[in-house]
Design a protein around this ligand. Structure first.
Ligand code: HDE
Length: 707
């Protein structure tokens, strides 16, 4: 246990004369003198129904669970604040975006989408990135994801999308995984999904940390200024630590080594005072430019390349406090894209419009009452006054006899606010047309942006995308689904399709005129929407490639130091000091737990011993010298595996003196010219290599290392 926590517990125990409010009581406040034994008639006799203490304890326990979120069930939250750099009053009257003197409290919840509450953190999935701003004008929720686009264009299709990705209903398999038939059946028949889907195949879907992901509001929103003028706006979160991911091989291994990898990482960083930070960016588009793009601004499957409209960074968010109680805060928090403050407004994006209905509706079944806004984590910081009353679990005791408007008996309260006094008014957009059920033609280009994304990736990223598709389609069992996907990939990029086809052992079909496709043609996009010629409004966009979104900051980077008794203590102490100065985290790993003794006879606490830990939980490895230590490690099969795996995952490896003999027992001996394999180099060189996160140049060969 960490020393800070141990001290806290000691403090509690010091106080033997606990005040009444710390004594165990029933929910009615009655002190309890036994919580281990039920009331029974004689020592070995039957339990008695009158035992109200037992009944209360069990009844409460029986009802402890609430329905988990239908999507985004697995999540982790943190508190923090938002600060604005410069007033955006030209665009918006929202005071969090005009008042630079404010520190607005926030609560953020990161999540995966498909898995249940207890599923693993490293599933290949989109991540939710939901921010609740507790502004002085009320709650503003920016309920976004870590990818800038969504799978579908219209809310009507959301249940179909989610049903297809969730475990197949006959046997509830697979958990938190998109690699199965029903998902690819849907994707391959719904071409609008292909853009978000290619992001899902990329490393963005397996982040190294929540702290190293971008966030996006996705939809085009509106900013409205004091004069009532509107601008379109897209929201972006840019992480201070850059965008970093793990490889799929690591993700699979992290599933077993630490299923709570992201949750733990967020918690530990905040506990250690390494507060996660993002800058809030906006892309602002004047109303007059609405139709200037080759795609529709209302289409949530399209992004606006940053090269076309730059992202202006307007403020920063810092997460500096862990929740005190997971259920009360992270589980009960209720986000809603319709929680807005004056100065921010919606557009007619049909996905956004549908969401505006869904989020309150889902809270009613999940939290059980329209009073969910009274749960502490959901309460605005300003006062709430209205004529709503009663319902399950009402916490507010409303006084007086009037609960209607207008009234004179209650002094006319609560009063309305004029727009100039901060009353919300919707942007008066002109709407004119017939009631129809159809999709605008301007939403029909489903291939240009997936192609732009693929073109924009560096070679190593492309390889990961190819392998992502091959893995996922390789898990599908119906050949016609794989063929449909291959045909669609061919429309995105020929090299991509060929490489995936090669791994699947299939030929790319020449057309989609397959009997099964004909049979379902009437119900699916695929036959109706023969892809139009792809547009090429931009050759590549650097903002789409992780290569260009890195950061040199090694704060919270986790370095494993592999040692055994007799290791070179001076080497270790110097490295640790320099790494910790840069807020990196160091873990001493040894063949056994407890203490480890260096060549100078100093003792150190072991952080993890080899059989309890795995290389995939660290970002880099260092092996100090020391004859005796190296001899011991050479006989440890797990030490050899640890090194080989670190190498395979393209991480930095450093050693000095006798450490080289250990590395020579591993595949490292074949990679001695590699720029992130550092033998007898000074510590600064090690730190520099670390700041690159991975040496992807190694991957082509290293991927074949048999671990
Ligand atoms: Fe959500 N989504 N969503 N979603 N969503 C929910 O609300 C829904 C969409 C997002 O940490 C649910 O409280 C519909 C896009 C996040 O608590 C539910 C549609 C984006 C979270 C719901 C979408 C999101 C949710 C489930 C299509 C990115 C987790 C529990 C019209 C911009 C928030 C809940 C948290 C949660 C519905 C599409 C992001 C069922 C109908 C697009 C981050 O109401």
């Amino acid at each position: 246990m960490k020393s800070k926590e141990t001290e806290k517990i000691k403090d509690l125990h010091k106080n033997t004369n606990l005040p009444n409010n710390k004594r165990l009581t029933t929910n009615q406040g009655v002190k309890v003198n036994d919580t281990n034994n039920s009331l029974s008639a004689s020592e070995r006799g039957p339990s008695l129904l009158e035992d109200f203490i037992l009944r209360e304890k069990i009844t409460h326990f029986d009802h402890e669970r609430i329905p988990e979120r239908i999507v985004h069930a697995r999540g982790s939250g943190a508190h923090g604040y938002f600060e604005l750099y410069e007033s955006q009053q030209k665009y918006t009257k929202a005071e969090i975006f005009t008042d630079t003197n404010r520190k607005t409290p926030v609560f953020v919840r990161f999540s995966t989408v498909a898995g249940s509450k207890g599923s693993v953190d490293l599933a290949r999935d989109v991540r939710g990135f939901a921010v609740k701003f507790y502004t002085q004008e009320g709650i503003f929720d920016l309920v976004g994801n870590n990818m800038p686009i969504f799978f579908i264009q219209d809310a009507m299709k959301f249940p179909d999308l989610i049903h297809s990705v969730k475990p197949e209903p006959n046997r509830e398999i697979p958990q938190a995984a998109s690699a199965h038939d029903t998902f690819y059946d849907f994707i391959s028949l719904t071409t609008e999904t292909l853009h978000n889907h290619i992001w899902l195949m990329s490393d963005r879907a397996i982040p190294r940390s929540f702290r190293m992901m971008e966030g996006f509001g996705i939809h085009t929103f509106r900013f409205v200024n004091v004069k009532g003028e509107s601008h379109f706006v897209k929201f972006h979160w840019k992480p201070k630590l850059g965008v970093k991911s793990v490889t799929w091989d690591e993700a699979v291994k992290i599933h077993g080594a630490d299923p709570d990898f992201h949750r733990r990482d967020l918690w530990d960083a905040i506990e250690a005072g390494n507060y996660p930070e993002w800058e809030l960016g906006i892309q602002v588009i004047p109303e007059k430019d609405e139709n200037k793009f080759d795609f529709d601004l209302l289409d949530p499957t399209k992004l606006i390349p940053e090269e076309m409209v730059p992202v202006k960074r307007i403020g920063k968010m810092v997460l500096n406090r862990n929740p005190s109680n997971f259920f009360a805060e992270t589980e009960q928090v209720a986000f809603h894209p319709g929680h807005l403050v004056p100065g921010i407004d919606f557009t007619n994006d049909p996905l956004l419009q549908g969401r505006l209905f869904s989020y309150t509706d889902t809270q009613l079944s999940r939290l059980g009452s329209p009073n969910f806004h009274e749960i502490p984590i959901n309460r605005p910081i300003n006062e709430v006054h209205n004529n709503q009353r009663d319902a399950h679990m009402r916490m507010t005791i409303n006084e007086g006899k009037t609960a209607y408007f207008p009234n004179s008996i209650g002094g006319g309260c609560p009063y309305l606010s004029k727009i100039a006094e901060g009353g919300f008014s919707h942007y008066e957009e002109r709407v004119d047309g017939k009631k129809i059920r159809s999709r605008s033609e301007s939403f029909n280009d489903h291939f240009s942006q997936p192609a732009l994304f693929y073109r924009s990736l560096e070679t190593w990223e492309k390889e990961h995308v190819i392998n992502g598709y091959a893995f996922e389609l390789g898990k599908c069992t119906y050949e016609h689904i794989k063929l449909r996907m291959l045909w669609l990939l061919e429309q995105i990029n020929n090299q991509l399709a060929e490489r995936v086809a090669e791994q699947l052992g299939l030929e790319i079909p020449k057309d989609i005129d397959h009997p099964i496709n004909q049979a379902i043609g009437a119900n699916a996009d695929i036959n109706k929407q023969q892809p139009p010629k792809k547009k090429n409004y931009l050759d590549t966009s650097k903002a789409l490639s992780q290569t260009f979104l890195a950061s040199d900051d090694i704060a919270t980077c986790k370095i494993a130091i592999l040692v055994a008794n007799g290791f070179n203590g001076d080497d270790y102490v110097e490295l640790r000091k320099l790494l910790e100065e840069k807020n990196a985290t160091v873990a001493l790993i040894a063949p056994h737990g407890g203490k480890i003794i260096c060549n100078k006879k100093n003792q150190y606490d072991v952080d993890a011993f080899l059989s309890t830990t795995e290389s995939v939980l660290y970002d880099a490895l260092y092996v100090p010298g020391g004859k005796e230590a190296i001899k011991t490690l050479m006989e440890e099969a797990k030490a050899i595996k640890f090194i080989n795996e670190t190498l395979k995952h393209c991480k930095t490896i450093g050693t000095a003196d006798e450490g080289e003999e250990l590395l020579d027992q591993t595949y490292v001996k074949l990679f001695k010219d590699d720029e992130a394999i550092l033998i007898n180099k000074n510590v600064q060189v090690f730190i520099k290599a670390l700041s690159k996160h991975r040496n992807w140049k190694r991957e082509k060969e290293a991927i074949n290392i048999p671990v």
